[in-house]
Design a protein around this ligand. Structure first.
Ligand code: GDP
Length: 530
């Protein structure tokens, strides 16, 4: 790249999160439309009927018409190069969804205006908070009857524990939706129906003091707006860039992705309020994105996207420097130099090859089975490792047994490899070996994926028996805890993970507190920092 610094400065990498059906796909499509990355809205990610160019490797996806995997989309807008990390929109999302957030520099949370904060948003939100990344809120579907605006904001503050600061304010909703008022410019942007976004909107900007506003929104709406603005000013949720950057204050926008209203406004503000790629922590200190040396970490591994090749793709976030196809980099965990061939990048519907990429970008590299989640690659002389990616708590557990015991070897190989990719986690009885395996997943769909993949790739048939456990805790201080003497509860089970770390699984959440009470000095963690 001619000017690496400029290229990196142009980058913005964010994850888009929401509860299913809030409008994440629609909003993403509209973003891409502004960037000219696709010609026609509606071709980002087909649901039940459309083609699955990216992910037809997985029969389950086709059968159920959902996207199991997360993808990365890149587009240019107004001099910026934007990477969107999409997360599976289905309820059965997986640990990958969490990990995707580890690769982003900020997050956009889409909320349905008639529903407020929903379960999946809550979970993903926790991960954003842990990382202290900026979180932007887009309250969608204002063209439908919405909850009271103050209540929506209260809901976010109470449910997610983050302060909010509206950047614009809706005027009515549903059939009565008239537009949004920009609190800074003091202008109303009027809403006009774009017939589901198929037609250019004719948004006009009218100052709040302009008498013409009366004709646009009517006396009643105008009076209500003035009242609400007064209330808001009293509430004192002012914009503060520093708090936004630290992830303590979420700027809130209102709009309607379907009708294309408020999307470009959002994008413009978002770009102003975010920064170029951030530095990342390693065991040798912070790694500056503008460093000449290339470095990246693996945050996701996806198997067999193309069944004929039985390949794995390792997705990595470039942290610093520039990537060039065919270059060599040192794989820290593997302890050797490797040639980085066959890079891939997602553009809307297709995978395409890329020659160059830089800090902030995500690339998918062909992986002959050498990478694990969290691995570091670098060309720097002084080697370092990026901070590990946490293992997130599974919420569903099943006992996994082999139908034909002669296939033991393939079974162990298959299940270990699949676990290495991070789709599932495997545990053993605390004192046991590989003869009994407990599988833990974040979303139940992963059980089907596991069964399907063991059968189709390793020719192994398994039985899964659901276990009632729902909570898991790693032991934070295993060196000082005597596992044999640990006093548990009747609904608790001691297990160990693939790295032989001890942990506890529980049926009831309240047992966790009880076990802590009964064992002085015991410290538990909800996720494990690898
Ligand atoms: P996702 O599951 O979060 O990706 O949600 P989708 O983008 O697939 O949207 C779910 C449904 O809501 C679809 O039928 C969309 O057409 C519809 N939808 C999305 N945005 C809006 C909006 O702003 N207004 C209305 N009325 N419907 C919307």
């Amino acid at each position: 790249m001619s000017n690496l610094k400029q290229e990196i400065e142009k980058r913005r990498t964010f994850a888009i999160i929401s509860h299913p059906d809030a409008g994440k796909t629609t909003l993403t499509e509209k973003f891409l439309l502004y960037g000219g990355a696709i010609n026609q809205a509606g071709s980002v990610k087909g649901k039940a009927t459309a083609k699955h160019a990216v992910s037809d490797w997985m029969e389950i996806e086709k059968q159920r018409g959902i996207s199991v995997t997360s993808s990365v989309l890149q587009f240019n807008y107004d001099g910026y190069c934007i990477n969107i990390l999409d997360t599976p929109g289905h309820q059965d999302f997986s640990e990958d969804t969490y990990r995707t957030l580890m690769a982003a520099d900020s997050a956009v949370m889409v909320i349905d205006a008639s529903k407020g904060v929903e379960a999946q948003t809550r979970k993903l939100f926790k991960v954003c908070v842990m990382r202290h990344i900026p979180i932007f809120t887009f309250i969608n579907k204002m063209d439908r009857d919405a909850n009271d605006t103050f209540e929506l904001l209260d809901d976010i503050e109470n449910e997610l524990g983050i302060a909010t600061c509206p950047i614009n304010w809706p005027i009515g909703s549903g059939k009565e939706f008239k537009g949004v008022y920009d609190l800074k410019s003091k202008q109303v942007m009027t809403f006009s129906d774009t017939r589901k976004g198929t037609q250019e909107g004719q948004e006009t900007l009218i100052s709040i003091d302009d008498p013409a506003l009366l004709d646009e929104i009517g006396e009643e709406k105008r009076a209500q707006l003035l009242d609400e603005i007064e209330l808001l000013e009293g509430a004192g949720a002012e914009f503060d860039q520093e708090l936004v950057t630290k992830g303590e204050l979420s700027p809130v926008f209102f709009g309607s992705a379907l009708t294309n209203f408020g999307v470009e406004t959002f994008l413009r503000h978002f770009l102003q309020m975010t920064y170029a790629p951030l530095s990342r922590t390693s065991d040798k200190g912070e790694i500056n994105p503008f460093s000449e040396d290339f470095s990246a970490f693996v945050f996701k591994i996806q198997a067999n996207m193309n069944k004929n090749h039985r390949d794995r793709i390792a997705f990595m976030r470039i942290v610093s420097g520039e990537f060039e196809a065919g270059m060599e980099a040192y794989h820290v965990q593997g302890g050797k130099n490797i040639k980085l061939a066959q890079p891939q990048q997602m553009m809307a519907d297709e995978r395409k090859m890329v020659d160059r990429a830089c800090a902030g970008d995500i690339i998918g590299l062909f992986d002959p089975g050498i990478f694990s989640i969290g691995d570091t690659l670098t060309t720097a002389k002084e080697k370092f490792c990026f901070e590990g990616i946490p293992t997130f708590a599974p919420e569903h557990f099943a006992r996994c047994s082999l139908v034909d015991s002669m296939k033991r070897k393939q079974f162990v190989k298959g299940i270990t490899q699949i676990a290495q990719e991070g789709a599932i986690q495997i545990f053993q009885e605390y004192k046991g070996g590989m003869e009994e395996i407990i599988v833990g997943v974040v979303g139940v769909l992963q059980f089907d994926v596991l069964k399907f993949r063991l059968q189709s790739e390793y020719n192994v048939e398994i039985r899964l028996e659901n276990l009632p456990y729902e909570y898991i805790r790693w032991i934070k201080n295993p060196e000082t805890v005597d596992m044999d003497r640990l006093v548990g509860t009747s609904d608790m089970k001691k297990v160990k993970d693939m790295k032989d770390r001890p942990l506890l699984i529980f049926i009831n959440e309240w047992s966790i507190g009880m076990v802590l009470d009964r064992n002085e000095g015991l410290e538990l963690e909800e996720f494990s920092r690898n």
